[in-house]
Design a protein around this ligand. Structure first.
Ligand code: NAP
Ligand code: MG
Length: 400
């Protein structure tokens, strides 16, 4: 059988531990036999990031900017324990944070739904997608411990040297204080990415903040979303049959658990962090959560939402064939291949990406799955496989 050809290379970003092990197996069994794979490879394994003083991470993000589509394996974010474990020269920032800062994106997370794993919320009929703003707020905050009595002020020194001041609190005893910020341009990018995703996927778009309490800060998010909708997307949304709905965050949360799902929920940074874990676990398993970073410049990076599955890796090193679920990693590849196919106009590649996803879903629906899903499956699975045998079962279904 002739292999499916590609036009433009994908940016392939390798990673760490169990996901790095599975990455190889997925390529060998599910991609290379079928596709004449074109990729520009970057090794973001922890040791290589250290050896290159993280230059490889920056280069991989620039490559995504240049080529348009990337697929990324999970990577270790270094800390003191990892520094010892890998004998590192330095502690480096999270690769995802570095890549996001360069691409300035919004992260969309969508659970892979299967009928054998019922969501905890029994009214949900379709997946809820989270669109998480990936810049600022509490993730870039300045914090201070207040030892005792005294006044804390916000001071804004303008570039012309003039000042604006505001009292945050008059402390009578000890306490804490935090200052956070966001940028209009970043919020605009966030809004645009959400409207574009909603229109592409034909999903209603929900956005919620706490603007009743935070009239200026959250109020600005509400205003900017509304401006972007009115000036750039009202007609496009109408054309695609996509509704934009704004509400208060408490109202949104209440509606989410009573609703049928099937919408994009745009979340501020912290809300998205917390709610995406809630959505993932209510939908089934972290191993079934896909993730794509959409940049306002129109480039895309696909990955699994989970980490490197460290504990499974240590067991694999001791010789165990672990039952780690490769589904979200496979969907990262299929998502990236489908996007490449869409941009380059390659029907055969687009069809292959669909076939690959269907093969994963069919295997699971046939009762063949990894251990994490076996615990949740109703009816009970017919076969619980290790990752290698599961990938073989998927490959058999891709061959058809
Ligand atoms: P994790 O790798 O997501 O794993 C946490 C637990 O979730 C696992 O121990 C496992 O539970 C379950 N799990 C996750 N993915 C699974 C899969 N595919 N199949 C089966 N079970 C799965 O998070 P972590 O162990 O806290 O973090 C490990 C490393 O990943 C850290 O160094 C962190 O920096 C990194 N990380 C990277 C990314 C990224 O690159 N996007 C994201 C998050 C974390 P059981 O042990 O109960 O089986
Ligand atoms: Mg989180």
């Amino acid at each position: 059988m002739a292999k499916i050809s590609m036009k433009t290379p994908l940016v392939e970003i390798d990673g760490d531990e169990m996901t790095r092990v599975l990455w190889e197996v997925i390529k060998e069994k599910l991609l290379l036999p079928f596709i004449d794979l074109k990729s520009e490879y970057y090794d973001l394994g922890l040791k290589n990031r250290d050896d290159t003083n993280d230059e490889v991470t920056v280069k991989s993000a620039q490559a995504i900017k240049r080529l348009g589509v990337g697929v990324k394996c999970a990577t270790i974010t270094s800390n003191v324990a990892r520094q010892k474990e890998y004998d590192l020269k330095q502690l480096l920032p999270s690769p995802n944070a570095t890549i996001r800062a360069i691409l300035d994106g919004t992260v969309f997370r969508k659970p892979i739904q299967i009928s054998r794993v019922k969501p905890s919320v029994n009214t949900w009929k379709a997946p809820i997608v989270i669109g998480r703003h990936a810049y600022g707020d509490v993730y870039k905050a300045a914090e201070m411990e207040i030892e005792g009595p005294g006044k804390v002020e916000l001071v804004y020194t303008k570039s012309d040297g003039t000042e604006r001041r505001m009292t945050v609190a008059d402390f009578e005893g000890s306490g804490i204080v935090q200052g956070m910020h966001n940028l209009d341009e970043s919020i605009r990018s966030f809004a645009r990415a959400c409207f574009l995703y909603a229109i592409t996927e034909k999903l209603p778009l929900w956005f919620a903040t706490k603007d009743t309490i935070s009239k200026i800060y959250d109020g600005r998010f509400k205003t900017i979303f509304n401006e972007i909708y009115e000036t750039e997307f009202r007609e496009k949304c109408a054309g695609a049959g996509v509704q934009y709905f704004y509400t208060l965050i408490d109202d949104a949360v209440a509606r989410v658990v009573k609703g049928e799902g099937g919408f994009l929920w745009a979340c501020k940074n912290y809300d998205g962090d917390v709610q995406s874990d809630m959505i993932a676990s209510a939908a089934g398993s972290l191993a079934m959560m896909t993730s794509v970073l959409v940049s306002p410049s129109g480039v895309f990076e696909y990955e699994a939402a989970h980490g490197t599955v460290q504990q499974h890796y240590y067991r694999w090193q001791k010789g165990e064939k672990t039952s780690t679920n490769p589904a979200a990693l496979i969907f990262a590849w299929s998502g990236a291949l489908a996007k490449r196919a869409e941009i380059d106009g390659l029907d055969a590649l687009a069809n292959f990406a669909k076939r690959l996803e269907k093969a994963v879903l069919d295997a699971i629906e046939d009762g063949i799955m990894t251990g994490d899903l076996a615990k949740l499956s109703d009816p009970a699975p017919s076969m619980v496989l290790n990752s290698w045998d599961f990938i073989d079962a998927v490959a058999a279904r891709v061959r058809g």
